[in-house]
Design a protein around this ligand. Sequence first.
Ligand SMILES: *Cc1c(COP(=O)(O)O)cnc(C)c1O
Length: 486
Amino acid sequence: MSKLLQRAYSPENFKNTGHHLIDMLSKHIGQVFDEDLNKVINWSEPEPSLSFWKEFLEKGKSEALFEEVLKRSTHLHHPKYIGHQVGPAAPITLLTSMISAVLNNGTAVYEMGMVTNPMERIITRLLCDKIGYNENSSGFLTSGGTLANLTALLSARKAKVATDVWNDGHTKPLGIMVSEEAHYCIERAAKIMGLGEKGLIKIPAKADFSMDVSALETEYSKASEAGIKIFAIVGSAPVTATGILDDLEAIGSFARKHKLWHHVDAAHGGGALFSSKYKQALHGIDKSDSVVIDGHKMMMMPGITTALVYRDSKTSNATFSQKADYLLEDSSEADWYNSGKRTFECTKNMMALHWFSLLKTYGEELFDEYVTNLYDLGGVFGEMIRNEEGFELAVTPMTNIVCFRYIPNNEGLNDEQLNSLNKLIRQYLLEDGEFYIVQTTLRGIHYLRTTIMNPFTTKDHLKKLLTKIREIALAIPPLKGESLPH
Ligand SMILES: *Cc1c(COP(=O)(O)O)cnc(C)c1O
């Protein structure tokens, strides 16, 4: 073996670099305790970042690589990280990530997944039970909510459309119904499936951003009259931008009435199945046909790992099957241990290890505590904003996602100016780096958007965030009469 290959595979090098890295990573996640010394984000513009890494590849010291990666990334374990929906992974899942990488058992076939296929079976059984599905249900893990939603909609088409689109292609226009507030991946899935613009029937949202279920019948009739055969409806639990949950009960009744597949995109909120307090908000989920739950959103795992579960196993076995008449093929259920038959992936990470080790080490109460605390804090933050002079909520939060804006009450700014002001505030926050929050536009209004993902975030941090926003806003020159560049 060449010297270079020997060096690349040296167990001794692995051990030495590994020990050093574990020390560094422990310190990194320990930032929760000395937050004042560290920023959540050391903002760098894209071009300088690119130059830095180009130069590093040429002249940087390899020993400094991991340190630079840490320094230059956004720090999710920091309690002032209140931004996107991926959260700080629980430390044990950092270790299972490493085992997954070492073993690299691709899981699609049993021989390359003798551990993870049974684990997936156990984990998805638990999720099915939590949902309220019976013993005919089953599921698997896959790489992300986006892929899982696409997979579910392919299953839906196979189950609900009489023609064999998988083998014969489209012979007539098909459609799915979804709230206009749904995650953009549903639209992508529809377009990938060749449904086109007309095949994506967007249902308007109500003032509170949940799907306006009273519009369903009219939209259904309109599409049917236009010759579109609707085969599925997607409920969001919750929608991404505002964290508001659709009425799954009402969507389910509508789906059953018209014999549609009812898919629930619970990528963010599925973890609430474990929360005795917030499970109620998912009522109706037990009557759905399929559910997507991200492990890397509200279940403390590293990206990416998603559970996709089906009320009826047979429909999942059929998704990629070449045979049209799959319903006769019960025997495929006996083949659960070759999970690649039901997933897009051929090789995937041993993601079941994250779920299994969290359950084994801490029990399912861990998920209850995590979700319940963070949803609670979302509510507290909503109240705080409501009572704080100069701030306005987009909507009363139902989860840990909270959207709001700053409105100085004596300056008489119009909405365009307020949009500019809030965009500027967010830009200042980004460049400052003490906090990390994001932003979104809802019905033309620009909001600051926070997702409380870190169990170390407290009411006090949130209070400080509002104070900081106020200070930033006061330091921005008056906007009256002029509109800022976007
Ligand atoms: C995050 C999210 C997705 C996308 O999931 P990924 O795992 O990021 O691919 C889909 N739907 C909803 C509602 C989400 O919040």
